[in-house]
Design a protein around this ligand. Structure first.
Ligand SMILES: [Ca+2]
Length: 236
């Protein structure tokens, strides 16, 4: 009888202790989530955009179609389709020329955590049929920036119908609760830097836990302290 009672009490204590630890792990695990924070980073969602006469889709000021997740604050951008006469995507079937009918500025606002570091990654190429040499674009996020230069060298970026892609990226640390990732074409005309598979991911857990994490940690410690006290009382 006594043995059975003791076992039951111990299980209850272990249950309380493990639920406290589970809360602790859950609260810290949430801040280290590593998914892509961008919407439509691969430009696969073109909504109900109308196919243009040149064989792709144009988005921007003066065009009725909108590109899910993204803002085109200046000029226009083109989305081209693998299998058409324009472009061969690096991911999925769509990729984006930062120069639509003219140089474009493409951006997306992200919810970020101040002090948290993030990785920006993407594939880039160039419009091999018409872009200036080199095609140039500026990428910014928070206080970090990267200039992309895609020269028309010996097939490095392939042909208009079979583009070759290169990987690029950089890191930034958020200083605001909202951070804007922006791609700006730096060359005139209707051909420029191509983009695909854009992602932003959190690099590590935030260095400073949120207040609710502290609360959970204290609750966990209190539970441990309570169990220790109970054991002390039982022994004496
Ligand atoms: Ca794509």
């Amino acid at each position: 009888m006594k043995t059975a009672t003791t076992t039951k009490t111990t299980n209850k204590r272990l249950g309380l202790l493990s639920s406290g630890l589970a809360l602790l792990l859950a609260s810290f695990g949430a801040s280290a989530a590593g998914g892509n924070l961008l919407v439509n980073g691969s430009f696969e969602d073109i909504g109900g955009a109308a196919l243009q006469g040149w064989g792709g889709y144009t988005f921007g000021a003066g065009y009725s179609d909108t590109l899910a997740g993204w803002t085109i604050s200046s000029g226009s951008v083109d989305v081209t389709v693998t299998g058409s006469a324009w472009g061969a995507a690096q991911d999925g079937v769509h990729s984006l020329d930062l120069n639509g009918w003219e140089s474009g500025v493409l951006s997306q606002q992200l919810q970020t955590q101040i002090g948290q570091s993030y990785q920006v990654s993407f594939a880039f190429s160039r419009n091999a049929s018409g872009a200036p040499d080199p095609a140039i674009a500026l990428v910014t996020a928070g206080n970090a920036a990267l200039q992309l230069s895609a020269p028309n060298d010996a097939g490095r970026f392939g042909s208009p119908y079979a583009m070759k892609w290169e990987q690029a990226g950089f890191q930034f640390t958020a200083t605001e609760a909202l951070t804007t990732l922006s791609f700006s074409a730096s060359v005139p005309g209707n051909g420029g830097v191509y983009l695909d598979a854009v992602s932003v991911t959190a690099l590590t857990a935030a260095p400073v836990p949120e207040p609710e994490s502290y609360a959970l940690m204290l609750a966990g410690l209190a539970a441990v302290g309570f169990i220790a006290r109970r054991r002390g009382v039982a022994r004496s």
